[in-house]
Design a protein around this ligand. Sequence first.
Ligand code: P6P
Length: 318
Amino acid sequence: MSKASACPAPTKPNLNWHLMHHSEAEHDLRHLIVDISRACKYISYSIQTTEAGLAGTKNEFGEDQLALDVLADKEIREFLCESGLVCCYISEEQPDIVELNPDGEYSVVFDPLDGSSLVDANFAIGSIFGIYKGGDVIGATPREQVAALYVLYGPRTLLVYSVGDGKGVHEFILNDVGEFVLLRDYLGIGDVAKNYSPGNLRAITTNDGYKKAVDTWLGEEKTLRYSGCMVADIHHILSKGQGVFTNVGGGADSKYPDGKLRHVFECGPFAFLAEEAGGAATDGTTAILDKKITAVDQRTPLIIGSKNDVESVSSLVA
Ligand code: P6P
C-alpha cells in the first residue's frame, strides 16, 4: 500500500486541513481550534445582525458590557463545552477562572470581543485566544501556550493562528459558505517598522521615555496606523510585515500605571504569534512570553512588532 495519500491537496486548504497537514497539530488541539473557529463564525454573524446596545451588566472591571460582549462570551463557552476538551477558561467577561470539564486537557484564555465599544463606529474588532495544556494558567508564562489565534471582524472576517514550534503563522478568510480558507501562510514581521501604533497615548504626559519614543517616530517620519482595537492594529503589523504597537503606562499616579492591556488574554496570545512570525514583544524589560501570569486581571505594558523598534522603544520606556 503506497504511503503517499491518494488524496491530492485541496485547491483551497481550509483550517482543519491546514492544521492536520501543515501544522501537524495533535488531534485534540486541532479539534479545539476548529471548535473555537466555529464560535467565531457565530460572533461574526452576531456583529452583522445584533443591536450593539448595552447589556445592562458590568464585567469584573466595572465596565459596561455590550450585548455583543455577553453574546460573544456565551457563544465561545458553548463551543468550548461542546469540544469536551477544556478543563477551564479565563475570559475578560468573567470575574474568575471558569471550570468546565475536569477531564479536559486544555485551558483556554480569551477576550471574546476586543474593541467592542468601537462596533457602533463600524470599526474592525476581534476575538483573541490562547491555549494551554493542563489547568494551571495562573503561575505559568505565555511561552507555555500550545497555540494562539485571533479572529478579526472587519470588511472581511479573518482568522490567524499558530501552534508555535516554527510551524509559522497562517491567515484564513471566512468564505461565503462559512469555511475558513487559507489566504496567506507564513506571515512574517521584518526587523524595521515603517508604521507605528501608539496606544494609551495619554501616558506621554507623565512617561518621558514614551514621549521620546513618539518624538522619534515623528522625527523618522514613520506612518501612524492606530484604530483603538489591538486585534486590528497588530493584524496590520502581520499583514504589512512590519510595524510597532505600544500600550505602556504613565507612572504610578496615572490612569493606567501598567498600560491598559491584560497580560493573560490580550498580550500573551499576541506575543506568541509575534515571536513565531519573527517579531518581538516585551513589557519594556522582559519578553511578554517569559512574564509570569499572576492573576486573571493582570495588566502589562506591551511593545510588540518589528524587533529593532521593539528593542529601541523598550530601552526608552523601561
Ligand atoms: P486606548 C480595546 O478596548 C483595547 O483593550 C485594545 O484593543 C486597544 O488597543 C486599547 O484597549 C485601546 O487603548 O489607550 O487607545 O484607549
